[in-house]
Design a binder for this molecule. Structure first.
Ligand code: NAD
Length: 352
């Protein structure tokens, strides 16, 4: 099969790790007889430098016209000026919106050989295999009114937490569908004891739960969920939650795996076009040194094969190769080894 992929390497370590994911895709293409048509575009700080915009209309149009998008990372101290007209993160938000991706998936698995890298005790990490699904385009980050004013002589700041039923329904459908391919359990996280938006969230989760009787549904308050992620993470499977709760819980959950460099993510919408990227940032402290861990990006490419292209065997082949490489001792610096970015990828490619 033939697929068109837009690569957005971005800034810092982005180009180094995207180059490794491309090597893995080349191996998959030749082994499984696919052709991946790759086009590279600038986004983030590098795009500000060249075009004066973190995401140009042309780049967005190219992304929308492709079958999927693989992103490295954006940002860095060079573009951190709070007074700047444009910032790399703005490009990221515009890209998500432009692609219509409303769900961010973060699978979190703790490899048994890396449990000593995690801040949690190994006994708490046995069997951890969580898929957090975060709503990405609604809630507090997007609601209006938003802003600052002076009211009754006092300075005031306002953000609005707003959800429409359709926004909750579509992400719940996705969560239940994905749960069917896993342990058939959905944990819906909200703050229904306090927030009206959470009461609508819970109402719709319950309704969609009734339509999917083969999947167990539980409701957990966000404060309890954050505690359980540390005290008993193996108890969770598919976790679905709104934007801000998801933002916080996904970062908390990512710590379990021991290194940010290990974890992939997928952002999905109504169509098969998705945005795939590692969860970490551009790591300016190690950029250009050739020591970044490429695993999060390589696993993001695997998620792209699974969710955008429906190439399950190919995705599983990459995931299996990563798992075996780690089991057999392959380690980049962030997980206690000495392998370079390229050598780490070589270990994975050998096992595909
Ligand atoms: P970061 O994730 O870039 O780095 C945090 C720490 O983790 C650093 O010590 C870094 O060296 C290490 N690290 C991250 N990825 C690694 C990898 N693959 N291999 C080995 N070590 C790795 O977070 P930060 O330092 O807070 O942010 C740096 C820049 O990245 C900022 O400009 C920030 O805005 C941006 N950022 C971008 C994204 C994104 O593109 N989606 C996400 C988060 C942060």
């Amino acid at each position: 099969m033939n697929f068109k992929i837009t690569l957005l390497p971005g800034d810092g370590i982005g180009p180094e790790i995207i180059a490794e994911a491309v090597r893995v895709l080349d191996v998959i293409a030749s082994k499984y007889k696919h052709s991946f048509d790759l086009q590279e575009r600038l986004m983030g700080g590098c795009s500000i430098d060249k075009y004066g915009s973190s995401l140009t209309d042309e780049t967005l149009a190219d992304c929308v016209a492709s079958d999927s998008v693989l992103l490295g990372a954006v940002g860095g101290p060079k573009w951190d000026d709070p007074k700047a007209k444009d910032r790399p993160e703005r490009g990221l938000l515009a890209l998500r919106k432009g692609l219509g991706v409303f769900a961010n998936l973060r699978p979190i698995k703790v490899h048994p050989a890396l449990m000593d890298r995690s801040p949690l005790k190994a006994e708490k990490l046995q069997g951890v295999d969580i898929l957090v699904i975060r709503e990405l385009t609604g809630g507090l980050y997007f609601g209006f009114p938003k802003g600052r004013d002076i009211k009754d002589g006092r300075e005031r700041a306002v953000d609005t937490l707003e959800y429409y039923d359709y926004e909750i329904k579509r992400i719940m459908h996705l969560a239940f569908n994905l749960a069917k391919g896993r342990k058939k359990k959905v944990t819906s996280v909200d703050k229904a004891n306090v927030l009206e938006s959470s009461r609508l969230w819970r109402q719709i989760a319950t309704q969609i739960g009734k339509e999917n009787p083969d999947v167990e549904l539980e409701h957990v308050l966000v404060d309890t969920a954050s505690m359980k992620l540390i005290t008993g993470p193996a108890w969770m499977d598919v976790v679905v939650t709104e934007n801000m709760f998801g933002d916080i819980l996904t970062d908390e959950a990512s710590v379990l795996a021991g290194s940010m460099g290990m974890l992939p993510s997928a952002s999905l919408g109504e169509s098969t076009l998705g945005l795939f990227e590692p969860i970490h940032g551009s790591a300016p402290d190690i950029a250009g040194k050739g020591i970044a861990n490429p695993v999060g990006t390589i696993l993001s490419a695997a998620l792209m094969l699974r969710h955008s292209f429906k190439l399950e065997a190919e995705a599983a082949a990459i995931e299996h190769a990563v798992e075996t490489a780690i089991t057999e001792g392959a380690r980049s610096a962030d997980i206690g080894g000495t392998l370079t970015t390229r050598q780490m990828t070589d270990e994975i490619i050998k096992r595909i």
